[in-house]
Design a binder for this molecule. Structure first.
Ligand code: FES
Length: 154
């Protein structure tokens, strides 16, 4: 007999929930994005390790590694897990284009009452990318970090 989760969620959601990929903290992350869902209080953090690679002769930033921590429901954990698989190895430009409905589709759908949980994944990824880009802006052309310099003077 099916249990309640099996009737509510797709096989893919259950698979990612039972065996989440890329879960945990990343100590040497280049960027972190954190979002919360005010409706339920769940929290999701995404950690990115970013490196450069040449694509068609141009150097691009890409996601070398990604990890997540989710304090949330089954759908939020499955969304986080599949999200990491979808963007690992992608350039930052490609990762920015990821939409919630693509994540939900990859999971084989989510129950309507759980669709809001899918928002956390793309939002946390976008926050992490913004965090990375703001760090780049704080550095001048030769990599000098003015924020660190200013802190040292205080
Ligand atoms: S119920 Fe909180 S993210 Fe799903």
């Amino acid at each position: 007999m099916e249990n309640r989760c099996e009737s509510l969620y797709s096989k893919e959601v259950i698979k990612h929930f039972k065996n989440p990929k890329n879960m945990g903290e990343m100590k040497d992350a280049d960027a972190v994005g954190k979002v919360g869902n005010p409706r339920c209080g769940d929290i999701l953090r995404v950690f990115l390790k970013i490196e450069k690679k040449k694509i068609n002769g141009k150097e691009k930033d890409y996601i070398k590694d990604i990890k997540f921590q989710t304090f949330g429901c089954m759908a939020a954990i499955a969304v986080s897990s599949v999200l990491t698989e979808m963007v690992k190895g992608k350039t930052i430009e490609e990762a920015k284009k990821l939409k919630n409905n693509e994540i939900v589709k990859k999971l084989g759908g989510l129950p309507a009452i759980k669709y809001h949980c899918s928002l956390l994944g793309a939002e946390a990824l976008n926050e992490a990318i913004k965090n990375y880009e703001s760090r780049l802006l704080k550095k001048d052309g030769d990599g000098f970090d003015w924020t660190t310099s200013l802190k040292k003077k205080k």
